[in-house]
Design a protein around this ligand. Structure first.
Ligand code: PMP
Length: 453
């Protein structure tokens, strides 16, 4: 391999982000980027500068093949909660590599069994066993199957603007019309939405007087269409919508009144992200089924879970694919992840850094910052053109903000019902200094984009 291109480590690029020594020469890096374009299928529109082809990652920093560093406020798409390549996770996975890799869910391995035990003990008492699969969509498909088999009812209610995955079954409980159309055929008509808690844009007036009026019609909806279950994230990741406790109390009472199971999707809210081990811990919920995925294997392979209580499990007669579920290396890494989150105080750090993010973002006093919503490190900043009317910042300005942040070495995604929320979900090891660096950049970017008109 030719010598790497001469470039001083730590040199600052024209966009302001650091450039560290890349293991590849510029020509080699360019060739990899060209091969990505030629061979990798990416059926979506990229924001400017994406995809980033990552050569290395550590903690909250990822480095691309050209040596440009980014602060990763996406945690590798909300997966690497303990930070990229945490040594304890790498060590656990490496140890397991020489023991046994995969035997299918029909049999068992020590790490998968121990991980199931750990999860069941961390989840509410309503949960007794775990079933492992490979991704969040799949975990939710099994949750739907379990709920339908246990309840004998086909219908499932889910929240407005919910996202539970893009496979055909999961799409039935994902609200976005754009995504639903991707199925290329009508979806089944056995699911329906109930209102979510978008308190910033509440139709019923100021939050101080909230009587959870948004759920007023749900009793009648459940009566008109008896459903087997209601499926929801405890805190909606799209837009970072954390309902008040009384919202969940009311919905939980309603679903119990109508004999419906509760399925809680912890794919994104789980494993410390919200400042508690699971998002449901904020509300004292006792669901019959809990799904999870994303960071469950600490970023080593892909692992997902569908956990349930005994009554549901007794009626679950199957229709599952055991081929890949519970990979031993992923499970060993998952065990190390949970140990690391607890032993290194990362969940408390998520709670503290969420508070810091909130205070420091409001302190910017930027006229485009309409709302700042963090529960731990889940959520973000909602951008508006006018804080009085709450008019959504126009698409062109949103794209300019996203692009300028990217150029400056800040990896983020946009989220929310109107696509105007800067979703800021770094690894849980993020420091106040890294958050301050991000916010100083954001302040400058917002002013520049505004000035450009
Ligand atoms: N549920 C939620 C809440 C999610 O955020 C996601 C992924 N963004 C999924 C389900 C689907 O997970 P996957 O992409 O692993 O299928």
């Amino acid at each position: 391999m030719p010598a790497p291109a001469a470039r001083a480590a730590g040199q600052v690029s024209h966009e302001g982000s650091a450039v560290t020594q890349s293991p590849l020469s510029t020509a080699e890096a360019d060739a990899i980027v060209a091969k990505d374009e030629q061979y990798i299928m990416r059926p979506w529109t990229h924001p400017k500068g994406e995809p980033v082809i990552v050569a290395r990652a550590k903690g909250c920093v990822v480095t691309d093949v050209h040596g440009k560093d980014y602060l990763d406020f996406t945690a590798g798409y909300f997966v690497n909660n303990a930070g990229h390549c945490h040594p304890r996770i790498v060590e656990a996975a490496t140890q397991q590599l020489t023991q046994v890799l995969q035997v299918s869910g029909k049999h068992g391995t020590i790490p998968a069994i121990l991980l199931a035990e750990r999860l069941v003990k961390l989840l509410p008492a309503s949960i007794n066993q775990a079933f492992f699969s490979t991704g969040g969509s799949e975990a939710n498909e099994f949750a739907l199957k379990m709920a339908r088999q246990a309840s004998g009812k086909a219908d499932v209610a889910y929240l407005e603007n919910a996202y539970h995955g893009l496979s055909l079954g999961a799409l039935e409980v994902t609200a976005s019309e754009k995504y639903r159309e991707s199925a290329g055929k009508p979806l089944g008509d056995h699911t329906y939405t109930i209102p979510n808690a978008y308190c910033y844009r509440c139709k019923f007036g100021p939050a101080s007087g909230c009587k959870v009026e948004c759920l007023d019609g749900v009793d009648a909806q459940f009566a008109a269409r008896p459903a087997g279950a209601v499926l929801a994230e405890p805190i909606q990741s799209v837009g970072g919508l954390a309902p008040p406790r009384k919202w969940w109390d009311r919905l939980d009472a309603l679903r119990k009144k109508h004999g419906m199971l509760l399925i809680i999707d912890e794919v994104q809210t789980g494993l410390g992200r919200t400042g508690k081990m699971f998002g449901l811990d904020h509300y004292g919920l006792e669901p019959e089924i809990v799904s999870g995925g994303k960071g469950l294997s600490g970023g080593v392979g892909s692992l997902a879970m569908t956990c349930a209580g005994t009554e549901v499990i007794k009626k679950f007669f199957g229709g599952t694919t055991p081929t890949s579920g519970g990979n031993a290396v992923s499970a060993a890494a998952g065990l190390a992840l949970i140990g690391t989150l607890l032993d290194e105080g990362m969940i408390d750090n998520a709670a503290a850094m969420g508070r810091h993010f909130t205070e420091a973002a409001w302190a910017l006093r930027d006229p485009w910052i309409g709302d700042v919503r963090f529960t731990g490190l889940l959520g973000g900043i909602e951008l508006v053109a006018d804080t009085g009317t709450k008019a959504v910042l126009p698409k062109k300005a949103l794209a300019a903000v996203k692009d300028a942040l990217h150029d400056a070495g800040m990896l983020i995604t946009m989220s929310g019902t109107h696509g105007n929320v800067l979703r800021l979900q770094p690894p849980l090891v993020v420091t106040a200094a890294q958050i301050d660096t991000f916010l100083a950049t954001l302040k400058q970017v917002l002013a520049t984009v505004r000035a450009a008109g």
